[in-house]
Unconditional design. Structure first.
Length: 647
C-alpha cells in the first residue's frame, strides 16, 4: 500500500524496503542514480528521520519503478538495444545473457581532464590546438560555452600569438616556448596561467579530449590521468534477443512514414531556412560560393538562421493548416470522439493547406514506433497496430550512439541517398554544449569522410574542418562543398539530441547538419500546430497506424492547491476526467519522455500531483491497451526502422 502524503518516515520505510529488496531493480536504480540509492539506504538504515526526505525518495523510486516496467528508452540497465529482422512469420525470444558495455561518467571524466590540463608539467608533451568554433570579432575572441552562452576575451598580442601558433596541433611545451620567446619579460607563471585559462574556456583543445568518433573517451588519456573519483557509470546494454517481424509490419511502417511526410508542416523547409536562402540569393546570387566562416559571421556575412542562437524557435503565424486542424480537433471534442480516422481526402486537404508540394523529398529518416499485438499469431494474421512515437531527421539519428553495439546497423547506412545526387555523404563529428550529454554524440566512424567541429583532431585526408567548407546556391537550394576540391557534401549527425534545443548543440553544428536538407520536407511526429494549445486533441489513425495518440492538457490551476487533502484533490481530478473523457491509464509526457500512470491507484495519483506541484500543466496521452506488448511477452519496446526515399 502506498502511504499517504502525511505519512511518517517509518511508513515510507515500510514501502521502500520490499521494493528495494528486488536485487535486479536495486542494481538498475543504483547505476542510474547513485545519490538516490545512498538516500534510500540511509532511510532503511534509520539514519534519516525526516518525513519529507523519505517521501521524496519514495516518489523518485516510484517513478523509476514505472520506467522499469513501461518505458523502453535505452538508459543504463533499464532497457537495452538489439537488431530486428523482417520475414514471412514473426518470432520473439528474449534471453538473459545480455552484454553490458560500461564507459566513464562524462562529468567526472571532464573534471579529471580539467585537473590534468591545469598542470603545465603534466601537459608538457600533450598536443593542443585552437578550437575551430572560435571566432574573432571586434577585437575579441568568441568561443561557445555551456548551453547557448558564449565566452569572449580580449584579443591581446599573447592571445593572437596562440591563435596563430596553435592553428594546427602543437605540444603544450612548444606553445609555452613560443610565448616565452615573444614575451621574455612576462613571468613564466603568467604564461602558464594563460595557456591553462585558454584550455579551461575551450579556446584551446587538448588531445586529452577525445573526438566524438572515439566511443570511450577514456581511451585518449595517459596512464594515471584517471583518478579514483572517475566512475564507470555510463552503461549501454546489447540485448540477448532475437526478434523477427512479418513484412506486413514493415509495409505499415513505410505507410505511416509516407503519410507523415505528406502531412509535414513545412514541405519545402522551415520559414527560417527559406528566408535565409532568399537573403543568400539577394546578396550573392546563384553560382556564388561563400566560405562557411564568412557566411555565418554576423558582421560580415548573414550570421545564422533565425532561432539558431536562442533556446526556442521563433513564433509562427496562424496558417490554413492550423485552422483545419483546430476544426478537426474541435469537432472531435464536440462529438465526444477520442480518435479520428484520416481519410485520403482529409490527408490531401491538409497536405494542400501546408503549401506547395516539395520538389525533393527527404532522402532518409528513422521511424520509432510500438508494435501493438496481443500475440505472435495475431501479429502474423495482420491483427496489429503501429503506434508512432517519433520520426528522426535522418537515418542514424536515433541509432548512431549504439553503433558500437550494433555494427551491422551502421554498415547499412553507407549507401544512403542524398538530396543532391552529386553529393557525398559525410559524418558530422562534434561535442555537445553540455558535458553530461557527451555520450549522446559519440559514434564510431562509419562513413569515409568526416566533418569535425569543435574537436581536437589532426589534419588528415578524410577530415574536413569548417574553414575548409563553402556554401553555394543552385536551383534555389543551398549546398555545402569542400572549397579546395569542389566536392559537395551532405552531413549525417548520428545523435538523437534535438537541434531545436540549442543549449545542447553548438549552433554551427545545427547549421551544417541542416543546410543540405533545408528545402526538403521537415518530417517529424505529427505536428498539431496551433491546436497544441487546446485542452484536448484526438488520436489520428491512418490504416493500421496511430500517427498520434489522444492527448489532454490538465492545468494545475483547475485542481485544489498542494495544501488540500489528497481525497479532495482526487475528487476534483476524477470529475475533470469524467467531463473530458480521460481513460484510467495515461502516459504523462515531459518533453519526449513518458511515464505510465494508472489514475485509479493512489501511488500514481500522488506522482501526478507531485508533477503538477512543480509545473503549471500536465500533458497526458492515452496509454496503449494492456495487451499491446503481448507478442513479446509483455516487454515494453520501441522499433526503430531506417527508411529511404524512393524519389
Amino acid at each position: 500500500m502506498w502511504p499517504g502524503p502525511d505519512s511518517s518516515t517509518e511508513q515510507w520505510r515500510s514501502w521502500l524496503a520490499p521494493v528495494w529488496a528486488d536485487k535486479a531493480f536495486r542494481n538498475t536504480v543504483t547505476g542510474a542514480s547513485p545519490d538516490l540509492a545512498r538516500q534510500i539506504e540511509a532511510i532503511l538504515d534509520g539514519q534519516v528521520l525526516n518525513d519529507r526526505r523519505a517521501r521524496r525518495a519514495a516518489l523518485a523510486l516510484a517513478r523509476y519503478s514505472l520506467r522499469y516496467a513501461h518505458r523502453p528508452t535505452p538508459f543504463g540497465l533499464f532497457a537495452g538495444v538489439g537488431l530486428i529482422e523482417f520475414g514471412d512469420t514473426s518470432f520473439a525470444r528474449v534471453g538473459d545473457d545480455h552484454k553490458v558495455f560500461r564507459r566513464r561518467d562524462p562529468e567526472s571524466l571532464d573534471s579529471a581532464i580539467s585537473v590534468w590540463e591545469a598542470d603545465g608539467a603534466l601537459m608538457a608533451d600533450v598536443e593542443v590546438r585552437v578550437n575551430n568554433l572560435a571566432r574573432v570579432r571586434g577585437g575579441r575572441v568568441h568561443v561557445p560555452s555551456a548551453g547557448a552562452s558564449e565566452f569572449s576575451l580580449a584579443l591581446t598580442p599573447a592571445v593572437a600569438l596562440v591563435l596563430e601558433a596553435a592553428r594546427s596541433p602543437i605540444p603544450h611545451s612548444a606553445l609555452v616556448g613560443k610565448l616565452a620567446a615573444e614575451f621574455p619579460m612576462v613571468d613564466e607563471r603568467r604564461r602558464a596561467e594563460l595557456i591553462s585559462e585558454l584550455l579551461r574556456t575551450r579556446l584551446l583543445l587538448s588531445a586529452l579530449r577525445a573526438a566524438a568518433t572515439i566511443v570511450d573517451p577514456a581511451d585518449a588519456l595517459p596512464t594515471g590521468a584517471l583518478g579514483p573519483h572517475v566512475r564507470a557509470a555510463a552503461v549501454d546494454v546489447r540485448l540477448d534477443a532475437e526478434v523477427r517481424l512479418p513484412e506486413t509490419v514493415a509495409v505499415e511502417m513505410e505507410t505511416a512514414t509516407t503519410v507523415l511526410a505528406r502531412l509535414a508542416t513545412y514541405p519545402t523547409g522551415t520559414p527560417a531556412w527559406r528566408r535565409y536562402t532568399e537573403r543568400f540569393a539577394a546578396r550573392w546570387g546563384e553560382g556564388a560560393e561563400v566560405g562557411v566562416e564568412q557566411l555565418t559571421d554576423p558582421d560580415h556575412g548573414l550570421g545564422l538562421p533565425e532561432g539558431f542562437g536562442s533556446m526556442s524557435e521563433p513564433p509562427r503565424p496562424m496558417s490554413r493548416r492550423d485552422r483545419l486542424l483546430l476544426e478537426l480537433a474541435g469537432t472531435a471534442a464536440i462529438q465526444g470522439r477520442r480518435a479520428v480516422i484520416l481519410s485520403e481526402s482529409m490527408v490531401e486537404e491538409l497536405q494542400a493547406a501546408a503549401g506547395e508540394p516539395p520538389l525533393i523529398p527527404a532522402p532518409h529518416l528513422e521511424l520509432c514506433a510500438q508494435v501493438q499485438a496481443r500475440s505472435l499469431p495475431a501479429l502474423d494474421k495482420g491483427d496489429f497496430r503501429i503506434r508512432v512515437h517519433t520520426v528522426s531527421r535522418a537515418a542514424g539519428t536515433m541509432t548512431g550512439r549504439f553503433w558500437h553495439l550494433l555494427p551491422d546497423a551502421a554498415a547499412e547506412l553507407t549507401d544512403l541517398p542524398t538530396v543532391d545526387p552529386e553529393a557525398q555523404l559525410a559524418q558530422l563529428s562534434f561535442h555537445p554544449a553540455h558535458v553530461q550529454a557527451d555520450l549522446l554524440t559519440r559514434a564510431p566512424q562509419t562513413l569515409p569522410r568526416l566533418v569535425s567541429v569543435g574537436e581536437f583532431r589532426h589534419s588528415e585526408e578524410n577530415v574536413v574542418f569548417p574553414a575548409d567548407l563553402v556554401v553555394g546556391l543552385r536551383g534555389g537550394h543551398l549546398y555545402l562543398a569542400v572549397a579546395a576540391s569542389g566536392e559537395r557534401l551532405e552531413l549525417l549527425a548520428p545523435t538523437a539530441i534535438n537541434f531545436v534545443w540549442n543549449n545542447y548543440t553548438p549552433p554551427l553544428v545545427r547549421f551544417l547538419a541542416e543546410i543540405s536538407r533545408a528545402a526538403t520536407p521537415q518530417v517529424t511526429w505529427f505536428d498539431w500546430g496551433a491546436a497544441w494549445t487546446l485542452p484536448f486533441t484526438p488520436a489520428l489513425h491512418y490504416r493500421r497506424s496511430i500517427l498520434v495518440a489522444a492527448r489532454w492538457q490538465l492545468r494545475a490551476r483547475d485542481l485544489p492547491g498542494r495544501v488540500a487533502p489528497l481525497e479532495r484533490w482526487a475528487e476534483r481530478l476524477h470529475a475533470w476526467r469524467t467531463r473530458a473523457g480521460v481513460p484510467d491509464c495515461v502516459l504523462l509526457a515531459v518533453d519526449d519522455q513518458q511515464l505510465f500512470l494508472d489514475l485509479t491507484q493512489d501511488l500514481h495519483l500522488d506522482l501526478l500531483r507531485s508533477h503538477l506541484g512543480a509545473t503549471p500543466a500536465a500533458i497526458l496521452y492515452d496509454a496503449p491497451p494492456p495487451d499491446a506488448d503481448g507478442w513479446i511477452d509483455g516487454r515494453a519496446h520501441s522499433i526503430v526502422v531506417s527508411l529511404r526515399s524512393s524519389r
